[in-house]
Design a protein around this ligand. Structure first.
Ligand code: SF4
Length: 369
């Protein structure tokens, strides 16, 4: 009998666990969405409308202008002190040359220990897997369709999986934990074990703007009011792990909860980025968001206003950041509270804002003062 290890935020696993998952939990895996194109059409696909079926590229939240805009990939990896990257989609094998280019780039820049895994439907271009492995790919995660889980020997991806195993790369399976599909998932786990697949990741199934209609048709509901996770998905994963731990299997089974993704992986990645990109006047919260005092102005007067603040209020150079992109001056929030009344008298708008340190700088809150 294998030991079931409880991890953070309701995630559990039996060993072995992918080194990629350990890095993810540290927030040190860069997520490259290499294309929104995919030959599969899963009803539960969580990809947003803006990405699904579109050939767009993102390094975490940062969109690349085009395939050659690789500087953003390197910068984003540096901003989060990445120790590895997960290449996802869509399906990276659809743009296998781009995938090869990025694997080569990352390995050259960050060295051979920079762990790279990719996720694929395995339906197209599987003859290039060997090529990607020779460029440095460390792990490949296949996503078979649910109707294949209990008959993998006749699955359309059988050849892809066999090809991958022959290369010696770590081969894994990654699927959503669909409620009440324990029997099919266990069958898949046992098949994977016989094939010497290293581990299987079961993701908690979630509602998204694009899959909500299809998921509703299956009569699934959310597990609680504050989560997009689907009721029963976690129980199914736990049942599978319990069953798998009672059989003598080498394959690792890992359940990744929705709250693990948001509350651990994403949060830690954000905290890492905040530490590297925060400006001197910013306050970093425990969640990694940035609190700023901002004074809005315009292109013509921004430098004049900055000089005024330096002179009249004796603000030090390092206490002020001129954000020309957003036409605003950023200073420490506590400092702004002290001088806001005077600035408002001369018609300036002052706010305390909280925003993510991510490339999209998503604003969470804005309070006028
Ligand atoms: S294989 Fe993945 S990316 Fe492609 S449609 Fe299915 S869930 Fe979406």
């Amino acid at each position: 009998m294998k030991q079931i290890k409880t991890w953070l935020n309701e995630s559990t696993y039996t060993s072995p666990l992918s080194p990629g998952c350990k890095m993810c939990s540290d927030g040190s895996k860069l997520v490259i969405l290499i294309t929104g194109l995919c030959p599969s059409n899963c009803y539960y696909c969580p990809l947003s409308k803006e990405k699904l079926g579109k050939d767009r590229i993102f390094a975490d939240e940062w969109e690349l202008t085009d395939e050659s805009d690789t500087e953003k990939i390197i910068m984003e990896a540096e901003y989060i002190d990445a120790t590895g990257a997960g290449i996802t989609g869509g399906d990276p094998l659809i743009v296998w040359q781009r995938t090869k280019k990025y694997i080569t780039l990352l390995k050259e820049r960050f060295g051979p220990n920079f762990h790279i895994h990719l996720y694929t439907s395995g339906l197209k271009n599987n003859n290039y897997i060997e090529n990607l492995v020779s460029s440095g790919l460390d792990e490949i995660r296949f996503h078979p369709m649910p109707n294949q889980w209990n008959k993998m020997d006749s699955s359309p991806i059988l050849n892809s999986v066999n090809n991958a195993i022959d290369t010696g790369v770590d081969v894994a399976i990654e699927i959503p934990s669909i409620p009440k599909m324990e029997k099919q998932i266990i069958s898949l786990v046992k098949w994977g074990d016989k094939k010497a697949i290293k581990w299987i990741n079961l993701n908690e199934l979630e509602f998204s703007e694009t899959n909500a209609e299809a998921i509703n048709k299956k009569d699934f509901t959310v597990k609680d009011d504050i989560s997009a996770a689907i009721k029963g998905s976690q129980d199914t994963a736990y049942n599978v792990i319990n069953l798998a731990s009672n059989v003598d299997l080498n394959i690792g089974v890992h359940y990744c909860s929705s709250s693990f993704k948001d509350g651990i992986q994403l949060k830690r990645r954000i905290i890492r980025r905040a530490k590297n990109i925060a400006k001197k006047p910013d306050i970093i919260t425990k969640d990694g968001t940035l609190i700023k005092g901002v004074i809005y102005t315009n292109k013509k007067t921004i430098t004049y206003l900055a000089n005024l603040l330096l002179k009249d209020y004796k603000i030090k150079n390092y206490e002020i950041y001129i954000n020309k992109e957003k036409n605003r001056i950023e200073i420490n929030p506590e400092l702004l509270e002290k001088i806001a009344q005077n600035l408002k008298k001369i018609g300036l708008k002052c706010y305390i804002i909280e925003e993510y340190p991510t490339a999209d700088r998503l604003e969470v809150e804005r309070t006028p003062i």
